[in-house]
Design a binder for this molecule. Structure first.
Ligand code: AMP
Length: 400
């Protein structure tokens, strides 16, 4: 069985074709600058990469290009489109309209239209992506898989904001979280790796990438997560502020003459590591600058590690203990110094890192980096959001 996973952005489309028997990737790639001049098409299969400058005026054209390449006589990995058994679409925001992966039907697409304001940059793109795939493969089952899905097990006192309750009722203002497919994947992988039943584990999953979120997972279910109504909340991120006092935002807005939407663009795109350091949002650049003596780069890194540590402490409290801490995503998987700083001085919680194992952590595979005697297991686990989307597609479309 083969599942195509589609991740549509407003001007991009990422794709992976996954063989569900082996759960291996048959082909993957990216369509960039859709609807913009100089569109770029990338296709990777059988160890080779093809990059072409092809005009892609719409997502429909991009999807057709992907399908043409997948079935190409020379570089393709399938002989016809009918070999694609299902398509899984990543969707950023669900509101309360979708609490689990959902089969694409006219009714589901109507609901998608209704909630598109929840993620104005991302959800409309997902709708366009679904429609483009439906145009090319009208008889293939498709499933919407939401970044928020894993977090619907949070109790009300964790997902509610302390605002006028009628605003929750009217507008569904609450914490939804994000990166749900990643948190779910690494939590399940951790249990599998440790040979334990996930129902018996208290896990804190740290998805630390350009966007970062931390989740408390009790018995396989999310009980709290650091992102909020949108991915702006939580730890400071590449370009996002993370948690901030709204009065401070209003003060800056007034002084700088920004309106509300300009303020939100500022908080999402110009703050975080980039804003503090003035150097970059990329942790490799920040580390290099900090090593060269740049105070603001070092401050940004310190703030990130401290923010992560605070959430770990908070979630150890929420979980009434912790058995496993997982690091994943670009920073979590690669940045040993951030892992070390985030876990510093937490022996009183039973968290003790092995500095050597942490520094020599192999890439691309699961690694165990706690010290001997550490009560808490500390794991580095490569995430695989596409595989979760593919698995959910098989389940929801009843393809298994
Ligand atoms: P992601 O959003 O998961 O792709 O993560 C992207 C972030 O991971 C980038 O901003 C980088 O700062 C960080 N990253 C990737 N590779 C490394 C590395 N080898 N060392 C430190 N940070 C890295």
């Amino acid at each position: 069985m083969k599942i195509l996973v589609i991740n549509s952005g407003s001007s991009s489309l990422k794709y992976q074709l996954i063989d569900m028997e082996t759960e291996g990737v048959l082909a993957k790639g990216l369509c960039e600058r859709i609807g913009i001049a100089n569109s770029n098409f990338i296709y990777k299969a059988n160890g080779t990469t093809i990059e072409q400058q092809i005009d892609m005026p719409s997502h429909n054209v991009a999807v057709k290009l992907v399908l043409d390449k997948l079935t190409d006589k020379e570089v393709g990995v399938i002989s016809s489109m009918s070999e694609i058994d299902g398509v899984g679409h990543r969707v950023v925001a669900s509101g309360e309209a979708f609490k689990k992966p959902t089969l694409v039907t006219p009714k589901a697409m109507e609901l998608m239209e209704e909630i598109k304001d929840l993620a104005p940059l991302h959800n409309p793109a997902a709708i366009v992506g679904v429609k483009a795939c439906l145009a090319a493969m009208p008889n293939t089952p498709m499933v919407l898989v939401f970044d928020t899905g894993f977090h619907f097990t949070m109790p009300d006192y964790a997902y509610m904001y302390a605002v006028d309750y009628t605003h929750y009722e009217k507008y569904k203002i609450r914490r939804y979280g994000a990166h749900g497919t990643s948190h779910k994947f690494v939590a399940e992988e951790a249990a599998k790796y440790l040979g334990k039943n996930i129902e018996d584990l208290k896990i804190i999953t740290c998805h630390l990438g350009n966007g970062s979120s931390i989740t408390a997972v009790n018995g396989g279910k999310c009980i709290d997560t650091s992102m909020g109504f949108t991915p702006l909340a939580g730890v400071p991120m590449g370009t996002r502020s993370g948690d901030i006092d709204y009065a401070a935002a209003e003060y800056i807005a007034k002084k700088e003459g920004m309106d509300v939407s300009e303020m939100l663009t500022y908080l999402n795109k110009k703050c975080g590591m980039l804003g503090v350091s003035g150097v970059s949002s990329d942790f490799r650049d920040l580390s290099a600058a900090a090593d060269a003596g740049n105070y603001r780069a070092k401050l940004a890194l310190d703030m990130f590690a401290y923010g992560t540590k605070k959430y770990i402490g908070a979630y150890a409290a929420a979980l009434n203990g912790v058995d496993v801490i997982v690091f994943t995503a670009g920073i979590g998987e690669n940045d040993n110094r951030i892992r070390e700083a985030a876990l510093k001085d937490m022996e009183y919680l039973g968290i003790k890192l092995d500095a050597k194992k942490n520094d020599n952590c192999p890439r691309g595979t699961i690694a165990e980096i706690q010290a001997k005697g550490s009560k808490v297991k500390i794991l580095v686990i490569p995430t695989n959001e596409e595989l979760v989307i593919a698995r959910e597609t098989v389940k929801e479309a009843k393809l298994g």
